[in-house]
Design a binder for this molecule. Structure first.
Ligand SMILES: NC(=O)c1ccc[n+]([C@@H]2O[C@H](COP(=O)([O-])OP(=O)(O)OC[C@H]3O[C@@H](n4cnc5c(N)ncnc54)[C@H](OP(=O)(O)O)[C@@H]3O)[C@@H](O)[C@H]2O)c1
Length: 248
């Protein structure tokens, strides 16, 4: 896929799925802007990718002031965006009786409010005919124990994405959703710290393994490329069969 001279903005691009996707876009010729809260993580990511076409912006997507930092960076560079990948997300798994207000707010503010207002603020800078992609999750439709808030954020995101697809259709901006299953990332390590639980997650997929961030990146590049020109308002599960797996 050729993204030469295309401008790509990825929220949450310093580690995990966002990082793998940034790397893939760079390898395919794009100019890429990645965001994250930690300047150190962004610098590490930039050092690993090592390309003049990679730019970093410290921007906390969970509040409007943070989103405006990204908006300013886009405007100062007079950038017209071809691909906006709304990927930053956070998860806290705990049963309903143990969820704190802080956990609730962190997940809704980052996953829902952050993606919504980033889309709203950057909308004027997105080229007609461009693409917007949301990272949701298989949990948006599943009902796993301990994931009430996280699942609710991803369910909300799916609905926002579908309505965005309808609203942006006039500008021929394609809006879609990628929903990973369990993927080995820094983020997964922080919420699923034991090998035992990871093994359990792997065994819950038909392919009997965790996904690799590069496998999600390939799906992302496809969905925002011209190869997917008639794909609109849809959710692509990239989950090793997690959603449909039936144990023998
Ligand atoms: N890994 C999985 O199994 C899996 C499965 C389904 C869906 N997902 C979704 O995939 C996306 C990426 O997850 P991942 O596993 O790759 O996680 P990750 O390795 O933790 O990466 C998350 C990225 O988002 C950034 N981020 C987090 N909070 C942010 C905020 N408030 N503002 C700006 N950036 C923020 C992080 O950087 P800073 O920490 O420096 O801000 C980092 O760059 C998330 O939306 C997640 O819900 C993951």
């Amino acid at each position: 896929m050729n993204f030469k001279n295309k401008n790509v903005v990825i929220t949450g691009g310093s580690t995990g799925i966002g990082f793998a996707t940034a790397k893939a876009f760079i390898e395919n010729g794009a100019n890429v802007w990645i965001t994250g809260r930690s300047a150190e993580n962004l610098q590490e990511a930039a050092a690993k990718i090592d390309s003049q076409r990679l730019n970093t912006v410290v921007s906390d997507t969970s509040n409007l002031a943070g989103i405006e930092v990204l908006q300013k960076a886009v405007e100062e560079n007079q950038m017209k965006i071809d691909v906006l990948y709304l990927n930053a997300g956070t998860a806290v798994f705990s049963p309903i009786d143990q969820v704190t207000e802080a956990d609730f707010d962190a997940q809704f503010n980052t996953n829902v409010k952050g993606s919504f207002f980033t889309l709203q603020k950057l909308l004027p800078n997105i080229n007609n005919g461009g693409a917007v992609l949301f990272t949701s999750s298989t949990v948006a439709t599943a009902a796993n124990l301990g994931s009430s808030v996280y699942s609710a954020t991803k369910g909300a995101l799916n609905k926002i994405a579908q309505i965005a697809a309808n609203e942006l259709a006039d500008r021929k901006i394609r809006v879609n959703i990628v929903s990973p299953g369990p993927v080995q990332t820094e983020g997964l390590d922080s919420v699923v710290p034991t090998e035992e639980t990871k093994d359990y997650l792997a065994s819950a997929t038909a392919l009997q393994r965790l996904g690799n961030p590069d496998e999600i990146a390939k799906a992302v590049l496809f969905l925002v490329s011209d190869e997917a020109s008639f794909i609109m308002g849809t959710e692509l599960l990239v989950d090793g069969g997690y959603t449909t797996f039936a144990r023998k």
